[in-house]
Design a binder for this molecule. Sequence first.
Ligand code: SF4
Ligand code: SF4
Ligand code: SF4
Length: 191
Amino acid sequence: MAEKSPTINRRKFVADGLRVAGAAGLFGAAGLLTMRRGGEPINNLWQIDPNKCVACGNCATHCVLDKSAAVCKHAFRMCGYCNLCTGYFEPEAAELTTGAENVLCPTGAIVRTFVEDPYYEYTIDEPKCIGCAKCVKGCIAFGNGSLYLQIDQDRCMHCNECAIAVACPSEAVRRVTAETPYLPKDGDPES
Ligand code: SF4
Ligand code: SF4
Ligand code: SF4
């Protein structure tokens, strides 16, 4: 992957990233479109409280969908932009490179991009994410906890009884309203 110029100011890079995220409506418009059946809003949506999630891995295996509706999000405002990201690298990684043998994510869903020495940005390629929570666990254990899971309301079937909620050991999955379909960890719906 091409590295970004080291002359890019990190603060500007982050700000630009947030603007792009906002323009893309990562948490907003796309989700709201799926909240209407027969023109009526679905007011009881399932969502993960990221402050209760213990990254057990059940999200990936208990959703009724083949590919879980749970996906990783990144609270950029909480991230340390670490070179040694414990949500990205295997604990015993031989090298801090993007080689598959060195990284935690089983699907290559985390993109590592150089910002400026010694900072790197980590973004989630959500269509590739299977909600396994390996990165979330690594970030909680040794990092800032900026990686977290959310139920993608566009993927979710809005089951009456969420199978993930039943399987969750920490009661992290609860009902939310269509007005607040996501529970961003840093409180910023555009992060
Ligand atoms: S490690 Fe798992 S939860 Fe994290 S981005 Fe990869 S597939 Fe998604
Ligand atoms: S409501 Fe159904 S589709 Fe949505 S996350 Fe739960 S089990 Fe998966
Ligand atoms: S089942 Fe609960 S604790 Fe386990 S990864 Fe999903 S939300 Fe987190």
